[in-house]
Design a protein. Structure first.
Length: 139
């Protein structure tokens, strides 16, 4: 079996498909827009308050927390696993440039359309891969 893990909400996919959405957040403008597109009755933008996650948190002299999934060391991102609350006290991450309260259902629809079209094309093409692979280096 050959698995594929398209992490569509990250910049590697969504940001490439639409540069307007090339920023990282968690529960911020991107995810709030998506929720407004599919379950608007569950979104109350009046309760919004900015996250405090836009400032990097130094853990040592040379290691900075760069979100719930990574540390920065000497300018290089190193992946980790943390609870969301360990890095984002409010449980979400947005930025002054892309605050969650600027989310729109229309934006969520754009995200879903672009990503779903891309993923549908990817699945069709991915299904063409023959298994097992021919080894690069003969045994």
């Amino acid at each position: 079996m050959l698995p594929a893990i398209p992490v569509w909400w990250r910049n590697e996919i969504l940001g490439e498909l639409d540069p307007d959405w090339a920023f990282e957040d968690h529960g911020g403008m991107k995810e709030t827009s998506q929720n407004l597109a599919i379950v608007p009755h569950l979104v109350d933008l009046k309760r919004y308050r900015p996250s405090r996650s836009d400032t990097a948190r130094k853990l040592t002299e040379n290691i900075t927390l760069a979100g719930s999934g990574s540390f920065m060391f000497k300018g290089i991102k190193i992946q980790t696993f943390l609870n969301v609350g360990d890095s984002w006290p409010e449980g979400f991450s947005d930025s002054p440039e892309h605050p969650a309260d600027r989310a729109t259902a229309e934006g969520g629809e754009v995200i879903f359309r672009k990503v779903s079209d891309f993923l549908a094309e990817f699945v069709i093409e991915f299904a063409k891969i023959s298994m097992p692979f021919e080894p690069i280096y003969p045994k």
